[in-house]
Design a protein. Structure first.
Length: 134
């Protein structure tokens, strides 16, 4: 698959070109990119993917997103409802404001794209989270 083609889609922009073979080998996806490979932060964040009913460590959900907030996409529906009635987080990105997100789709490049334009199956519910003040 040519990930450059995604960057050619309307309203998409390649923010950072990545080597898909290397990223796949290393398991370098949306969360790893979001936290710049910080293993401690990634592990803590991924725990929330595995246990979606637990609060997101160090972040608070907001209904008034602003630039710099995290965007989480959740999938709700069968067959996941049988396993976990809560929506399951499937993708993460950085909110840029004005309905735009910066995120990495699996082993692809990092893109800037409209909030609603994500890969099919990544989710049908969007939530925003802001880092809590220390």
């Amino acid at each position: 698959f040519d990930f450059d083609d995604i960057g050619e889609l309307s309203d998409f922009l390649i923010f950072e070109r990545r080597d898909p073979v290397e990223d796949e080998k290393k398991g370098y996806g949306c969360v790893t990119w979001l936290f710049s490979g910080d293993k401690k932060k990634v592990k803590s964040f991924v725990r929330n993917f595995e246990f979606p009913n637990e609060p997101l460590n160090g972040y608070k959900e907001t209904e008034q997103p602003r630039s710099g907030d995290l965007v989480l996409y959740y999938y709700r529906g069968r067959p996941t409802e049988m396993l976990c009635p809560a929506p399951i987080p499937t993708h993460a990105g950085l909110y840029l404001g004005d309905g735009r997100v910066r995120s990495k789709f699996r082993e692809s490049h990092v893109y800037e794209h409209p909030l609603e334009c994500i890969l099919e199956g990544y989710g049908n519910e969007v939530r925003f989270f802001r880092k809590e003040s220390a």
